[in-house]
Design a protein around this ligand. Structure first.
Ligand code: PEP
Length: 252
């Protein structure tokens, strides 16, 4: 990927939501993507139980499928865990790593997130590495320091513009209906972009940066229009095809 403006990605994170019946929403998405020529990449990351079924149903379509997490190792005695290789085998092409819910609920450090991103690369998958500040960190003026440290610690040295995407997701904006101002998003994305360029040169220049946190059809166009925002990571509004398509429409 060498163009100055990377192709955007609109990614849906279903989190721990979705039973077999939910695959109907993805079918609606595929139908719409087939009928229109989307100018962005589109991804759904369902729970691990649905990855294989969704990937099989989406084969050959414009809808990509991803995992929401992976174990750093390829296999072994890790009950309940899923490896990047297993997700790739099931048909995934992306994996979200370091989501703030995993950092908080499973005490994942930057080192753990970096190991998971490396695992995604090892399996030939694209890692979507999440960073973001808490409300306390923002209120105390530490946002750029916090996300800068997360970026430095979570993005592995083997990252390229084709195997790595960074998602800026303010923790306080996730699922809350709150969003940062356009100026705040521009400030953080500008800083993350500059840090990636300083570390990776031309590769960092082309690395995609997603914004995530209460993106919905009504605010998508404004948020996606900010400099160095190359798409969205969407939670709640990715569960219904109509809402998700309303966000994808920001790229028409
Ligand atoms: C997320 O969890 O990645 C997310 C952005 O959630 P929501 O869109 O619901 O705020």
């Amino acid at each position: 990927m060498s163009s100055a403006t990377p192709r955007p990605l609109v990614a849906g994170n279903w989190k721990m939501n979705g039973l077999t019946a939910s695959l109907g929403e993805a079918a609606k998405l595929r139908e719409h993507l087939e009928a229109t020529n989307a100018t962005c990449d589109v991804l759904i990351c369902p729970p691990a139980t649905l990855v294989a079924a969704l990937a099989t149903a989406s084969k050959g379509s414009a809808l990509a499928v991803g995992g929401q997490d992976c174990h750093p190792k390829a296999s072994g005695a890790h009950t309940g865990d899923v490896s990047a290789e297993m997700l790739a085998d099931a048909g995934a092409t992306y994996i979200i790593v370091g989501h703030s819910e995993r950092r908080a609920d499973h005490a994942e450090t930057d080192a753990v997130v970096e190991a998971k991103a490396r695992a995604a690369h090892r399996a030939g998958l694209i890692a979507i590495i999440c960073v973001g500040e808490t409300i306390e960190q923002r209120k105390s003026g530490r946002t750029l320091a916090v996300v800068g440290a997360q970026l430095a610690g979570s993005v592995p040295g083997d990252a390229t513009a084709t195997n790595t995407i960074v998602a800026y997701e303010p923790v306080w904006a996730i699922g809350s209906g709150l969003t940062p101002t356009v100026a705040d998003v521009a400030e953080v994305h500008g800083a993350l972009h500059a840090q990636l360029v300083s570390r990776f040169g031309a590769t960092g220049q082309a690395m995609r940066l997603l914004y995530g946190g209460s993106v919905k059809p009504s605010n998508a166009k404004e948020l996606m229009g900010v400099a160095h925002v190359n798409g969205a990571l969407v939670g709640g509004a990715s569960l219904k095809a109509d809402d998700f398509l309303g966000i994808i429409a920001a790229y028409k």
